[in-house]
Design a protein around this ligand. Structure first.
Ligand SMILES: Nc1nc2c(ncn2[C@@H]2O[C@H](COP(=O)(O)OP(=O)(O)OP(=O)(O)O)[C@@H](O)[C@H]2O)c(=O)[nH]1
Length: 382
């Protein structure tokens, strides 16, 4: 089943909301050979001011990891150690980004114009790339970017959204969580966590300084729990100066419908945020279950009411799940980022398996009863 989106007009509207400029909607770059190579994964890096995004980029650009990684930046910090990328005027006055090559095989550039154009240039380079990192300075809500990069397989794009990584400053987030526990407001940082597939909990050395001995371990455990309360689907990696094993943050295939085992493991570990002491308006995770098989058309129309028409007051950011569909021996996977959603048939159910629907929502004002009852209404075939 192909990816379902509301009208293009409303998608581009949501992108315009972010920076006043509507990026093009799709990257479709077809290869000339009959068998195009597998697409290059794009990892989007978000994070609150000063969390350590540049530190992570610097680490990737300077480490000997043996991978050819391209980095696309919005802004070029002085500390990055390469000359500021130049913007040239290409043929016909088209602005062209200049790529800077580094000794370890990585390349990087600053995007001042079209992201899609920069990606096109990248994949047209003769050297094959292993991965692309995209730093999104100041982008509170990475969803519009996900909509641009998360494309239908049918488009045969040469790039594919791999995952969204959010870098978090452990000391800062600890303070923010304390401050906002009982308040109706929520900082941008929580939104970035809500959209993350991987959270790098950086600057854990500062927690050790504050809480020497064994106490810092309890503090970090508590922080991980709080982050999982916002987004139980995210993998959390603790770090100092973003020194992370790249295998843990690249090639996550967080949006790939083929990676069912990983999705199932995430769903298995996901738990609803405990309700006690929490306000409904905070960003949280909610899991719903339904034992009976659902009608696919009804599920689609239910999702479209929730995500497109916004008939309830709920604000849903992310959604992942497995569906047990009437008249199908295949498990179906469900993924959504804001208004964009996809339901894809996956592997066959095993004989002794407990077939059921499980959906995890991440968002604000999530109403468990409404979601559970409306999913239940998708079980009838009339
Ligand atoms: N103590 C400590 N400092 C760190 C760590 N990681 C990064 N820093 C420092 O934190 C500061 C901010 O890091 P950056 O990498 O520039 O953060 P950023 O997210 O790119 O910041 P902006 O571009 O301003 O949003 C720098 O001075 C880093 O050296 C860490 O793990 N521990």
């Amino acid at each position: 089943m192909e990816k379902r989106t509301p009208s293009k007009a409303s998608l581009s509207q949501s992108m315009e909301d972010d920076d006043g400029e509507a990026p093009p909607l799709a990257v479709s770059i077809t290869g000339e050979t009959p068998e195009p190579p597998s697409p290059v994964g794009v990892t989007v890096i978000t994070g609150y001011l000063g969390a350590g995004k540049s530190t992570l980029i610097n680490y990737v650009l300077n480490a000997k990891h043996g991978r050819r990684i391209a980095v696309i930046l919005n802004e070029f910090g002085e500390e990055i150690g390469v000359e500021r990328a130049m913007i040239n005027e290409g043929e016909g006055g088209t602005p062209v980004e200049e790529w800077v090559e580094l000794a370890n095989g990585c390349v990087c550039c600053t995007v001042k114009h079209s992201l899609v154009q920069a990606l096109e240039q990248l994949v047209q380079r003769k050297e094959r790339l292993d991965h692309i990192l995209l730093e999104t300075t100041g982008l509170a809500d990475p969803a519009p970017l996900a909509s641009v990069l998360w494309l239908d397989d049918q488009l045969e794009s040469e790039v594919i959204l791999d995952s969204i990584i959010t870098v978090v400053d452990a000391k800062n987030i600890r303070m923010m969580l304390k401050e906002h526990r009982d308040s109706a407001s929520f900082p941008e940082a929580f939104l970035q966590i809500a959209f993350a597939d991987v959270v790098i909990l950086n600057k854990v050395d500062l927690i050790l300084q504050e809480e020497p001995g064994h106490v810092h371990l309890d503090v970090l455990e508590e922080l991980e729990k709080e982050i999982h309360n916002i987004n139980s689907l995210a993998t959390i990696i603790q770090s100092v100066r973003c020194q992370v094993d790249l295998h843990n943050i690249l090639d996550c295939e967080a949006y790939g419908a083929k990676h069912i085992a990983h999705l199932e493991a995430l769903l298995q570990d996901s738990k609803s945020t405990p309700v006690e002491g929490r306000h409904d308006y905070s960003v949280r995770t909610l899991c719903i279950y339904e034992q009976h098989p659902v009608d696919l058309a009804k599920v689609q129309s239910w999702l479209e009411d929730l995500l497109w028409e916004k008939k309830s007051s709920m604000d849903i950011y992310r959604c992942k799940g497995v569906l047990y569909v009437h008249n199908s021996d295949q498990l179906h996977t469900l993924q959504a980022v804001r208004a964009l959603y996809e339901v894809v048939p996956g592997r066959k159910w095993h004989q002794m398996e407990n077939q059921l629907n499980k959906i995890v929502f991440i968002g604000r004002d999530l109403d468990e009863n409404t979601l559970r009852d409306s999913l239940k209404s998708c079980t009838s075939l009339t």
